[in-house]
Design a protein around this ligand. Sequence first.
Ligand code: G1P
Length: 300
Amino acid sequence: MNTPKPLRKAVVPVAGLGTRFLPVTKATPKEMLPIVDRPVIQYVVEEAVAAGITDLLFVTGRAKRALEDHFDYNGELERMLEDRGDLEKLAAVRGPAQLARIHYARQGTPAGLGHAVLCAQSHIGDENFAVLLGDEIIPSDENVLKKMFAIQEQYGGSVLLLKKVPPSEISRYGVAAVKSTNESSIVEITDLVEKPSLTDAPSDLAVLGRYVLNPAIFEILLNTKPGKGGEIQLTDAIQVLARDSSNSSDTKVHGLVYQGERFDTGEIFGYLTSTVELATRREDIGVEFKDWLKKFVQGL
Ligand code: G1P
């Protein structure tokens, strides 16, 4: 049995090619697209750190150099800002490099999310770990990851984040079959299907891009054959855990049914609405931007 250790490691797969955003993603990682003045990935890393993660592994691929530079120091720029006495900008530039211990593993071929997680095996070892998808922003004040960590501690095994989605969106997600527990926001996951058609979907509960996984997942991933889209799917490996009837605490899978906010920046429409919503919440430009936005909408 796996000895529980505090959750401190997270894996962030970022090797995707970002084809939905071409041509901007030809040389710029999609995770580096800005939401106002911070790249999407910074929001994700800050969320992980706010939940207590101290060690992050980015699973990267080609053309992701900008991402590595963003989470590193930039001596020349820092000296220039120091000389100018611009301490606010200096803090903004240093901040990303000081968030956590950041490591990189390279996913040679983009063979799917399951394959990306498998690339983290030697770094994670036998600890429970989190996986955060780099294009979904969940505001840190929702404390979603912390709640997932608490559920993992209570029930063992793995924990997924679930959200009800309308029928028109179901085939974009992994979808869970669930049984209720005596806590209304926590369910036991009994089966999972990756991107089902509406008729094959076992429920309307979609898997969002936050996972807490037991290291038992690695052995399963090693034997997981390519699934949807010819890729090694993380959902297919978690399905093996969910269907396991041994009742071992390592293989149980629970879900936190989430009703709060989530910004999906992984496609153009979601990226635009996320940018607008998050810009309106900014302390510096939020009020001014909202005023402009109201006038703009009235003029449409
Ligand atoms: C991935 C997973 C899917 C999950 C989704 C959440 O899909 O494969 O199960 O529901 O993330 O955003 P992707 O969006 O990478 O195609």
